[in-house]
Design a protein. Structure first.
Length: 328
């Protein structure tokens, strides 16, 4: 039996594939290698898994929207971790139709694949963006999320609802994980921490949208992985029972944008130059996770302070990321 991981060549996906292989799981790694960022970076993300996986790793290149994809996937899949998506708030404003197509149609096809194959466990990657500008903090899974402020957030909330319908109608046990600003090695080049690292090491100013008071619940990738693995184990225990949960995965601490920039500058031994810009449409003012449900269900216990995580990220960036980004 094997686990299907979609978006397997991406940031979180590739680390999850590594972790599953280390746990001696058989993995079907699916990725479309789309042009959102450079294919060589995604190929490098999977290098460790390819070296260690052997027969445990099956790599499939394909698009989750493709109705013919199911025929190219092997038998024996018992669980799906669905991480593939068109990501990012700002790009979704520029192309909302594409985001709806990939994130909704793709998720619907995967859920139908699960039904057809009798796969009883499904983990869906949602996002803290579904909370919008919720005034109540920290954000709880019981809070209303009917006021998204970007197409991306709308697609993630819609994906949660598709999973709920699947659990109700077909008995697939589904858990939707609301990720809170994950960072670390292999982070996408467009995400703020890596983008800022690239600009700092290139001696260029950092674009700061707004006055620096926006805040995020930054979560180290290894902490997130413990939550994803916990969700996977939960869904496998519940397989076929029609169970459904929505669970926050964050650090449960907020860091202001100005503090993030300062901490990143310290890690790179410099004082970043700032280019002040107006606030961006679609960006939420803050995120902050109530993680009590994750603690209860999965034993989730994030343990990496932001400052330590940034130091580790800076080390990786100097050794690997800068060369990938063409810096230096």
């Amino acid at each position: 039996m094997s686990i299907l991981v979609t978006g397997a060549a991406g940031f979180i996906g590739s680390h999850l594939v590594d972790a599953l292989i280390a746990e001696r799981e058989d993995v079907v790694a699916l990725d479309s290698f789309d042009s959102f960022y450079a294919r060589p970076i995604k190929e490098a993300n999977l290098a460790e898994a390819r070296a260690a996986g052997g027969r445990r790793l099956t790599l499939v290149e394909g698009d989750i929207r493709d109705p013919a994809l199911a025929g190219s996937l092997p038998d024996g899949i018992e669980a799906i971790v669905h991480l593939a998506a068109r990501a990012g708030v700002r790009p979704s404003i520029a192309d909302p139709v594409l985001y709806a197509d990939v994130n909704l149609m793709g998720t619907a096809r995967l859920l139908e694949f699960a039904r057809e194959r009798g796969i009883g466990a499904f983990v869906f990657a949602s996002s803290s963006s579904v909370y919008g500008n919720n005034r109540k903090v920290p954000f709880s899974e019981n809070d209303p999320v009917d006021r998204p402020i970007s197409p991306y957030a709308s697609t993630k909330r819609s994906g949660e609802l598709l999973c709920h319908a699947q659990a109700h109608l077909h008995g697939t046990s589904c858990v939707a994980l609301r990720f809170f600003t994950v960072y670390g090695p292999r982070q996408r080049p467009d995400l703020a921490i890596r983008k800022f690292a690239r600009l700092i090491t290139s001696g260029r100013p950092l674009p700061r949208f707004g006055d620096g008071s926006t805040a995020r619940d930054y979560t180290w990738y290894e902490d997130i992985l413990t939550g994803v693995l916990g969700a996977l184990h939960w869904s496998r225990r519940e397989a076929g029972k029609g169970s459904f949960e929505i669970v926050n995965l964050g650090e449960s601490r907020t860091v202001r944008l100005s503090e993030m920039i300062r901490t990143l500058g310290e890690a790179f031994d410099c004082t970043p130059e700032i280019e002040a810009l107006p606030p961006q449409p679609g960006d939420v003012e803050r995120t902050w996770a109530d993680i009590s449900r994750a603690r209860e269900l999965f034993g989730y216990d994030p343990s990496t302070p932001f400052e330590e995580g940034i130091r580790r990220f800076a080390t990786w960036y100097r050794e690997v990321g800068a060369a990938q980004d063409g810096v230096g």
